[in-house]
Write a new protein. Sequence first.
Lengths: 110, 453
Amino acid sequence: MTISFTTQPGFADLPNTALAPENVSLGVHVARIASNAGFGISRLEVFIGNYANGETVPLPVSLIDGYQYSLDELTFIWGIQTSVDVPRTGLPARIRCSIALGSSIRQPEP
Amino acid sequence: MIQASSQFTAANAILRKEPIFLLTIAGYSRAFTNKNTGVYGQFDWIVDIADLANSVSDMDGGADLGQLVVSVQDFQGLITADFPGFVFEGKQVTLSTGFVGMAQANFVTLFTGVIDNVASSNENTSYDFTCTDNTLRLSQVIYTVADNGNATDQDNIRTLNGHPLDILMAIFTNELGLTTADFNQAKIISYRDNYFAGAQFVFLIDSPPAAKDFIEQELMKTLGGYLWTNSLGQLDVNFFSVRPAVISMTLDANNTLGHPDYSIPVASQADLINTMSFRFDKSSSGDFNAERVEEYDVSIAKYGQFGQQVVESQGMRAGLQGYVLGIETSRLIFLRYGLKQLKFDANFNCDWTTCVLEIGDLVAVTNPFIPDRTLGVMGVQAKAFEVLDRSLSFDKGVVTLTLIEFTAFPFSYIAPNGKAPYASASGADRARYMYLCNDTDTYSTGAAAKTLG
């Protein structure tokens, strides 16, 4: 079953008192409940990977429903793990691995 | 509407009446009136009371209450003699009104504020007491201290995280030092816990704002409302939120002024707003990372014209249902300004019976000379309008109103446990409560389903 949202869901702590009997039945409260449900379904997903020089990070696929994310839906947070060329040979990238090194991450605008 | 006793309401309903105005200054031994009341300490030295105007900028989140200027005769130099022993400036002042023969306990308060200055007039035979409302307090700069105790700036952020109406009340009490009697706390709490239940804003403030600017731009405008000052001098709020059409007063031939002294109220149209842009999720670099554009299809299809309003909110967050709130506020604004609603722009003149109306009140207009564009006939019958601006002309006994057409909703209520389903419910329950319907928006009986407010 495919679920699509017209807006990005968020969370609001709607108190039970707002939905007490004899209160006016308001569309905005139903919208908040629906948004809370949507937020629970489509929560933030985090994907972790190690990549080496020359590689391109692939677009991830949701583990929840198999959704293929597009670039403009992603936020990248990166850091340098090691100066060793781990994924390839496990050997230092250079003889006498440097302690400090320059790096370049190219991240295209969506 | 200004709360009034049954005695005042009954006396006010009589067309022929003589209003008494009573000016009271806190801590001052004298009170001033326009008529001899025979009450000890009250002196009928009021020469003139200038018009008092209350104007609303509902799409900008605020309202302005003009200055109250009361000219009082300096009888035998007695006020002058009081100056060495009493400082008038800064004292609280109230202007109340009643009628000849009425106990003053039944008078209603038309204005509460503070004396700003006392100028001489009438060749120094009178004093003009110029009084302002509480909104002067709102010029104060707030959030001057950051989270870390330093002065708030780009390197020292002040964080706010909470319900926007809790933030509003915190500004009043913590930042401005007001007491709970200085603002309409019960009304704000009611909005917080009912219509706006669950709303949450997050602000990262890097420059201390003026309270008025912050409240109007970041809180009231974003939520679809405006801040104003009521007759008790309290800072008050009105929101566009859907509400039952509770009519405060009927404006008809009994209280609406016309020829020969006044013109027939001429109906104009409100400025069109059928496109709303909400920008939110403000980043630390100052950019808005989220935007929602809402269009009112019915209006666009009908007129082929566009009128846009932009709201940039530093506190709304997508992760805290910013989209839901943006859509809801847009809908409410469309209901108010999306269909070129009828508007009487400061030209609806009424007699003094209507002096108890306040901005935000709903009135029913019945007038045979105003065209009803919905029915295509001349004359409106009990058509609901909301009071926007209000001007009191004390010397003429005239109240001039700005009115805008009000869209009423058929309200339903949440049913308690034990109520029967729609098909077997009583007629009274069917009328009162909300029921689930099928995909075709009908109940199992075939009746059309109700709509949510």
